[in-house]
Design a protein around this ligand. Structure first.
Ligand code: SF4
Ligand code: MSK
Length: 631
């Protein structure tokens, strides 16, 4: 009955990568593995966070011979300032993505390039914002909601509107601790100001601003990004799709969309699916157009269109190395600047589309809401025209792919829970059946596994080991970002993955007809997890800090991940990290992130670079919370 042979192991994934490395050697291309070798060992000062270049008296670095920088900043001040700058950059990235999406909402019209697809969600948000809706055209409402949302970035007074969605206890903690997030841009600017030469040197103050800036992302920028994307392109629903390199097709025009901003990828997908484009591809000798996603863009379009997913972050070069990609087009974030020199070794066209991510060697088509559809068609046509240039001597498509069931935003989870009891107590439903399952011990708890993959460790290995162990121990997983992509590649997003679960979790999967890992979206959608955990805490009548629910980023790499970790911790949820944050050179900072934040917000980091050790500590942490609740 256990069909483990139907899942893809890390060794099988690595064998494919090794084969593609041969392809790289054949075409004289460099890949990230080559660059990792040249960068190893990494700079110890950078790794420990004790190098400062915040003014031109430096750079200064802390060593046995120099315990202070020229201005007198010590290791703790330097590490803390670097850490806060990382959070500011991560907050800026997610939030600026949200700002772009709000501008798209502002540009919507009935006959324009972008329309409102989820009117109910728009009306709910309008109500929350106090925007009048009675008798108004839906597009007038959309534009006013966009105006109000955009004010969240720069309003001179007040705090983020969405913090009212958090449990009352959390709101109280944030108020008492004076870390309620104000305007998003203000939190980013304050972080940069505090870390300018000659300002804050006290780790505690920098840690507190890190939590606040993180909160402005989680309960501000990211939540806006998710909410407005749903309004524009539809709240995700359940789709069955496929993932891994085997989704590339020999006889089709392969077009890869990569990045994060659905305003771009949605249009390219829509254009690629037009009959006129398919017909055009046929005139060029292809059977059609095969559009696939990469990284978080893959998550966005898989859960709204069922578009297949080529892979996660470290797969971006592998995709090109197959030799069958006519075009890779990108928007923002997590895009290797190495891609143009790699695509140059093939016929692949590499198209950038955003002024935020300009990359030398790319074809730049600046994407604008007013011309979006025409530009998307131009991009698709360019990919089709390139089909005839494919060099058959450089083609290798691995046959690995897995089925995946994706698309579980909170609304879908509640809908599934409603199928077992009539828990639908209000408009948005209830998590009570999930609470009951956790109380009864059928489920021991839940873990949000999120984040990137990272060559600092064996890529994808920690993700997979941790996921399998948690499932075996009846811990439900929700996943986003590249972690969700790994689960896809392994086959753990299919309902059959219940066969790797313990009896309790398997029963839940059968009852609800769900896979044991629920795909909740892109990295910006970790805001959905905040709402999920808040909903569970409210329905249970306990605080988020008491729940046997934690977050885990086994292989995180980006600045966004550090911002996320801060808003998750500030929301009362412990975060288990498999990669050390770059603050090791300061004992005070290590103490602050693991223990100090517990005194402020009741949660903190647990860091362990050994996957076995990390999953063991997650399970222990869950059981400790259960004991404290008396369940
Ligand atoms: Fe050196 Fe201080 Fe300038 Fe940093 S701010 S570079 S520690 S002098
Ligand atoms: S894409 S931030 S590598 S999850 Fe969101 Fe993946 Fe991490 Fe980028």
């Amino acid at each position: 009955m256990t069909k483990l042979e139907n899942f893809t192991t890390i060794e099988e994934m690595e064998a494919v990568t090794a084969k593609l490395r041969e392809q790289a050697i054949f075409v004289h291309a460099e890949t990230y593995e080559d660059r990792v070798k040249k960068q190893t060992p990494h700079c110890k000062f950078g790794e420990d966070g004790i190098c400062c270049k915040n003014c031109s008296m430096g750079p200064c670095r802390i060593s046995a011979k120099a315990s202070k920088g020229i201005c007198g900043a010590d290791a703790h001040a330097i590490a803390a300032r670097n850490y806060l700058r990382t959070i500011a950059a991560g907050t800026a990235s997610h939030s600026d993505h949200a700002r772009e999406i709000l501008h798209v909402l502002h540009s919507t019209s009935r006959d324009g390039n972008y329309q409102v697809r989820d009117e109910q969600k728009l009306l709910r948000l309008a109500k929350e914002y106090g925007v009048a809706t009675d008798g108004r055209d839906i597009y007038d409402v959309a534009h006013e909601v966009a105006d109000v949302g955009l004010m969240e970035f720069g309003k001179p007074f007040g705090t983020q509107r969405f913090i009212k969605r958090a449990p009352a206890e959390r709101q109280k903690v944030w108020k008492e601790q004076d870390i309620e997030p104000r305007a998003i841009d203000r939190e980013i600017a304050t972080a940069m100001h505090m870390t300018h030469m000659g300002n804050t040197a006290m780790p505690e103050a920098l840690i507190r601003q890190g939590l606040r800036a993180g909160l402005s992302n989680g309960w501000g920028g990211s939540m806006l990004g998710t909410e407005i994307t749903d309004i524009l392109f539809g709240t995700p629903t359940v789709w069955t799709t496929e993932g891994n390199l085997g989704v590339l097709e020999k006889d089709y025009v392969n077009l890869v969309v990569h990045g994060h901003d659905p305003a771009f990828s949605e249009m390219v997908v829509t254009a690629a699916e037009l009959k006129e484009m398919t017909d055009y591809a046929k005139t060029k000798g292809a059977k059609g157009i095969n559009i696939v996603g990469l990284c978080c863009t893959a998550n966005e379009i898989a859960m709204r269109h069922g578009v297949r997913m080529a892979g996660n972050f470290l797969q971006q070069e592998n995709v090109v190395l197959t030799g069958v990609v006519e075009m890779m087009c990108v928007d923002v974030q997590c895009i290797f600047p190495a891609l143009p020199s790699l695509t140059d070794c093939f016929h692949t066209k590499f198209v950038t589309s955003s002024p935020i991510a300009r990359i030398p060697g790319s074809i730049y088509i600046e994407f604008k809401p007013e011309t979006a559809m025409a530009q998307a068609k131009e991009i698709v046509k360019m990919a089709v025209d390139n089909y005839q240039n494919r060099d058959q001597t450089k083609v290798y498509i691995p046959d690995t792919k897995q089925k995946a069931t994706v698309g579980y935003p909170c609304e879908q989870i509640v809908k599934h829970l409603d199928t077992i009891t009539n828990s639908h107590v209000d408009e948005l439903g209830s998590y009570r059946p999930a609470v009951d399952a956790i109380k009864a011990g059928v489920l021991r708890g839940a873990v949000g596994i999120v984040g990137c993959n990272n060559p600092r460790v064996r890529p994808d290995f920690s993700h997979l080991e941790i996921m399998k162990e948690l499932l075996k121990n009846d811990v439900l997983i929700v996943a986003t970002g590249c972690a969700a992509q790994l689960a896809t590649k392994a086959g753990l997003l299919q309902k059959e993955a219940k066969w790797v679960c313990g009896d309790g979790l398997r029963r839940v999967c059968d009852l609800l007809d769900i896979p044991p890992i629920l795909h909740m979206g892109a990295c910006v959608d970790i805001s959905r997890i905040l709402l999920l955990v808040s909903g569970i805490a409210n329905d249970w009548g306990v605080n988020t800090t008491q729940l046997p629910i934690v977050g885990c980023a086994p292989e995180w790499m980006s600045e966004k991940a550090v911002s996320i970790a801060n808003y998750v911790v500030a929301s009362g949820i412990d975060v288990y990290l498999g990669i050390e944050p770059q603050i090791k050179g300061s004992t005070e900072m290590m103490e602050w992130v693991t223990e100090g934040t517990r005194k402020i917000v009741g949660a903190g980091y647990i860091i362990n670079t050994d996957p076995d050790g990390l999953v063991k500590s997650i399970l222990e942490g869950i059981e400790k919370k259960r004991d404290a609740l008396g369940i």
